[in-house]
Design a protein around this ligand. Sequence first.
Ligand code: C2O
Ligand code: CU
Length: 459
Amino acid sequence: MKLNRRQLLATGTAFAVLGAKGAAAAPGGLNARVADVQLLPENYGQTRIWDFEGMAPGPEIRVAQGARVQKRLMNDLPDATSAHWHGIRIDNAMDGVAGLTQDAIAPGASFDYDFIVPDAGTYWYHAHNRSFEQVARGLHGALIIEEPDLLDIDHEEVLILDDWLIDPDTAQIADTFGAMHDLSHAGRLGNYITTNGTYNLSKPVKRTERLRLRLINAANARVFQLALDGLDGWIVAVDGMPLAQPRQVEGSFLLAPAQRIDLIVDVTADTGGAGHILHLDRNESFSQVAFEVAGDSARSRRAAPRPLPPNVHAMPDLAEARGLALLMEGGAMGGMRGGMMGGRMSSMRDMMQSGNFWAFNGSVGGMDGAPLATLSRGETVRLKIANETAFPHAMHLHGMHFHELAPDGSLGPLRDTTLLDRGEVRDIAFVADNPGKWLLHCHMLSHAASGMMTWIDVA
Ligand code: C2O
Ligand code: CU
């Protein structure tokens, strides 16, 4: 099947249900299957991917804040799968974590996802069984929850950034999942970078138009360093959650795996030229998305954007917080000697032989061991995460957003995924008000598969 942008949009809007708060729903199916798509430029052959509904990325699911999402996931893949609704404060039974909140859906079987979306913002969904392979093969899509009020914008674009590891001789996805080097170093990095499944995506715009751009990083391990050119922009939300004050983009900003950034941008490039989201890699910059300027908008430049309406969260009470610590160790050049694995002390060599390279608090993580903590509902947690490895990690908590704490101890923005550079320490705080078993793991998916995974239990 050949996939073009027009089809992608048409199917995307078929899922768009606009309406009054609480009234809209997104019913229907979500078919996980194998498809051949023209991922590479036309002079290459088609690429076999695993995807939802035959598209890479999968169909956009778009509903109003407070709406109900009902999706029957039908598994037509050769492997068991599940769907996780990343960043949603969801009912635990619907979180989609195979092995923790549900059994993986066997080939030929289905599972009914049914949940309410309490917060507006930019989210995504992806496979959560052997995710280091299944997400890399294409099992992900955007989940957009609309605010009740319309913004003063001309249009919006959902932009899913990804990198694929392709064998250029065959045009196929390199079947090197779980390669030792990826597990133990920076993770699986692709060699073909796309936006919405397209290389060098470009969009037509008019000068002085105002756009809302919803950026989602669906890559396994790549931290995108991005900048704007010919666009004046403000970051208005991170990981779905509005910033108290829009932050004007100056220089570059980072988008780690699984993170989202909502931008409001004004097109300042001239007619005939183009604005760009630039991807900076070492000392080079590439166009990630081009906005080709054709003519002037009827409107002149607007004033700086106002904040988006906040999503209501309980405020952590730091004075009463329960203190927890998470020490991240291991990996190549990490100097770790060994760790607890399956209840006994193992040497680094034994760990490596079983494909494990990382430890949390001295233990190779997983879902079968004890939780990092058992919390009572409503308790405030302050968690200190220390990255003592030689690599960056994007730590993701399921089920609840957390505040990053500034060095002075003040509450920073709400996030669901926080990037820690090597050697970095970060404190996060949240109110554990969503009952259930919630995963806490690195979203460099090869790392999660080789030890960087734990969970918390909220009673
Ligand atoms: Cu987006 Cu446990 O993942
Ligand atoms: Cu990691």
